[in-house]
Design a protein around this ligand. Structure first.
Ligand code: SAM
Length: 237
């Protein structure tokens, strides 16, 4: 039987311990139990959760340094993707899980306790537009991540204010990645970002490619951004 540890080693050169594998098993089980009560994911089969949630989340480690003490935030984390699998695989990073819906954060609090992830994790119940204006959040992260939250010109207004200058934003995207990156020139300029590249990810047994849009923060973001909740979606940069 294929395991997450085999696939993480083969695809990403990530070595998971038996304890980490057990933590992923508990995470998968709790996801299934809670999903019956609150809508957390449409992917429910074992292989789908392992590959499309866990392994997909871990691919971020191929484009950002996961060094001890590095500060990560996952914006619109939902059921924890990609932030929580990364925190389980790299326990020495600091991970903030940001989510607008508190019941999803309650699930994540529960899973973290169940798998023993208690140090270096924070739960932030907020809109990204508000978090980006909080003095203790703004410009304080080495890596700012998001999967399936918004189109890139909108998403960049959520992500770039949270990054330190020199830090990276990673947007996990499907087949529209390149087109979205091309549509983001104005947003990048306004927010102090530079497109580093669009990396292709091919997950085992998954036909369609996934993409990691990598953006570096090169200058501080102007105080006007992010604008008030809802405005980035209504009037993208
Ligand atoms: N990232 C997860 C994944 O890939 O499985 C969840 C994706 S889900 C489609 C989008 C999530 O982003 C939802 O849980 C939603 O509540 C959250 N979200 C959307 N806009 C947000 C915002 N402006 N601030 C914070 N969370 C937001």
């Amino acid at each position: 039987m294929t395991t997450l540890a085999d696939e993480a080693a083969a695809l990403l050169n990530i070595r998971l311990t038996a304890g980490q594998e057990a933590a992923f098993d508990v995470y998968a089980r709790e996801l299934s139990v809670w999903n019956a009560r609150i809508n957390l994911t449409a992917i429910t089969d074992q292989e789908g959760v392992r590959v499309r949630h866990f392994l997909d989340s871990l691919t971020v480690a191929s484009v950002v340094p996961v060094t001890a003490g590095a500060r990560f935030i996952d914006v619109g984390t939902g059921a924890g993707f990609p932030g929580l699998p990364l925190k389980i695989a790299f326990p020495d990073i600091h991970m903030t899980l940001l989510e607008a819906t508190n019941k999803k954060l309650n699930f994540l609090r529960h899973v973290c306790e169940a798998v023993g992830v208690t140090n270096g994790v924070a739960f932030l119940h907020a809109r990204a537009e508000d978090a980006g204006q909080m003095p203790d959040q703004r410009a304080s992260y080495d890596a700012v991540l998001a999967r399936a939250v918004a189109r890139l010109p909108v998403l960049l207004e959520y992500l770039l204010p949270l990054a330190k200058v020199g830090g990276r934003c990673i947007a996990m995207k499907g087949k529209t990645a390149q087109e979205e990156a091309e549509a983001s020139t104005r947003a990048l300029k306004a927010l102090g970002g530079r497109l580093v590249g669009v990396e292709t990810v091919q997950l085992p047994g998954v036909d369609e490619a996934h993409y990691l849009v990598v953006v570096e923060k090169v200058t501080p973001t102007a105080a006007a951004y992010p604008r008030k909740p809802g405005i980035p979606t209504k009037s993208p940069l």
